[in-house]
Design a protein around this ligand. Structure first.
Ligand code: TXA
Ligand code: MG
Length: 324
C-alpha cells in the first residue's frame, strides 16, 4: 500500500480539480460532506459504481445515493413529485436524501436493481465543488467498509478503505456526524426510511408532505430501505445499550468503556461524555472507533431519549448493538 499520508489531500482548488479528473476517468475519490465522508464515483458509469461495491464489500442490492448540486438537477435522474421538489427547496443543500422513481439513465447497479433512485445535495463546499468540477452526479455511500461505523474524519476513511481510493479530500471532522435522513417520496405521503439531522419534527413542521410509516414487509420494494436489512455501524467489540438508567448492563464485565450524555457508574476503562444530543451525534462514530481500540471488551452506550436528532442516535446505536 502507498504511504497513507499521500492519499489525504487538503481541499485546495488544485486538489479538487485532480479529484474531479479521477471521477471523470472512472476512479474512486473520498470526499467530506456535512454528515459523514462519502466514497465517490461517477454514478452514470457502471464500472466505476462497481468499484464502490467492491471497495466497501457492500451487498450489491443496497443502492447508492447520487450527490447532485441542487433541485434543478433532480429531474435529470428522477421523476420529481411536487412534494419532493418542495422538500428539496426547503432542505437542500443539506442532510436530506430523497428517494424517487428513477430515470433510465441511472445504471441499475447504482440503484441496487430498484426502479427508484436516492438523490441528495450535500451542504459542504468541498463536496459541492467536486460535483461542480466533475460535472457528474457523484454516487456516494459512506466511505467505510460495509457494516463498520461511518467515517467522520479523513483518517477513518484511510483506515477502512485507504487501499481502494486514489484520493481522500480532507475537510476535517464532519459537522453532523450521522448520515442523512432518507425519505421515500415516490408517493405524496412520504416515509422516513432512515432518521437523520433533518428530523421528523422538522419534516412535520415544514408541512410540505404528510408523513407515513414505512412498511418493512411491504411487497413494494420502493417503500423500504434496503440498507436496513444489514447489520451496520458496528464497532469491532460488543456494544451494549444503557437504556433505563439501571446499573444492570454494567455488571459482571472486567473491562468496559462508556459513551453518552449521562454520567456512568465508576469503573469505566475510558469514558466519553457528550454535553448535548447534537454533540453525541457528531461524536458517535468517532467515539465507537476510539473505544474499540481502548482495550475494553465491551462498549456501553447511553441510549438517549432526546427528541429531534435523538431518533437518529437511537437508530444507529440499536443497529450497532445488533438490534432491528
Ligand atoms: O449522509 C449520507 O447520506 C452519506 C453521505 C456520504 O452523503 N451517505 C450515505 O450513503 O450514508 P449510504 O450508502 O451509506 O446509505 C444510503 C442509504 C442506505 O440505507 C440505502 O439503502 C438507502 O440510502 N437507499 C439508497 N437508495 C435507495 C432507494 N432507491 N430506495 C430506498 N433506499 C435507498
Ligand atoms: Mg453507510
Amino acid at each position: 500500500m502507498m504511504d497513507g499520508q499521500k492519499k489525504i489531500f487538503d481541499p485546495t482548488d488544485d486538489h479538487i480539480s485532480r479529484a474531479a479528473e479521477i471521477l471523470k476517468r472512472g476512479g474512486l475519490v473520498a470526499f467530506p460532506t456535512e454528515t459523514v465522508y462519502g466514497l465517490g464515483a461517477n454514478a452514470l458509469d457502471e464500472r466505476a459504481v462497481g468499484k464502490i461495491f467492491e471497495a466497501k464489500r457492500r451487498p450489491c442490492d443496497n443502492p447508492l445515493i447520487l450527490h447532485i448540486l441542487c433541485a434543478d438537477e433532480a429531474p435529470l435522474y428522477a421523476d420529481v413529485t411536487p412534494e419532493a421538489l418542495a422538500l428539496m427547496e426547503r432542505f437542500w443543500p443539506g442532510p436530506l436524501t430523497v428517494v424517487l422513481r428513477a430515470m433510465h439513465n441511472v445504471p441499475l447497479a447504482a440503484r441496487g436493481g430498484l426502479d427508484t433512485v436516492a438523490l441528495r445535495a450535500p451542504a459542504n463546499p468541498v463536496a459541492l465543488a467536486l460535483i461542480r468540477e466533475s460535472g457528474l452526479p457523484v454516487a456516494g455511500p459512506s466511505a467505510n467498509k460495509s457494516g463498520r461505523p461511518s467515517p467522520t474524519r479523513a483518517t477513518d476513511v484511510l483506515n477502512d478503505i485507504g487501499d481502494s481510493v486514489e484520493m481522500i479530500l480532507d475537510g476535517g471532522a464532519t459537522r453532523i456526524g450521522v448520515e442523512s435522513t432518507v425519505v421515500d417520496a415516490t408517493e405524496p405521503r412520504i416515509a422516513i426510511l432512515r432518521p437523520g439531522a433533518v428530523t421528523r419534527e422538522m419534516l412535520a413542521e415544514a408541512g410540505l408532505a404528510e408523513i407515513t410509516e414505512p412498511c418493512p414487509r411491504s411487497p413494494d420494494k420502493s417503500r423500504r430501505s434496503p440498507g436496513t436489512r444489514y447489520r451496520h455501524y458496528a464497532p469491532s467489540v460488543e456494544l451494549r445499550l444503557w437504556e433505563d438508567g439501571s446499573p444492570g448492563v454494567f455488571g459482571g464485565e472486567s473491562a468496559w468503556c462508556y459513551m453518552g450524555m449521562k454520567k456512568p457508574p465508576e469503573g469505566a476503562l475510558r469514558t466519553i461524555i457528550f454535553a448535548t444530543p447534537e454533540e453525541y451525534a457528531r461524536g458517535l462514530f468517532s467515539a465507537m472507533r476510539e473505544l474499540e481500540r481502548c482495550g475494553a471488551k465491551l462498549i456501553i452506550a447511553d441510549f438517549p431519549d432526546a427528541p429531534g436528532i435523538g431518533e437518529a442516535i437511537r437508530n444507529r446505536l440499536s443497529r450497532a448493538a445488533g438490534r432491528q
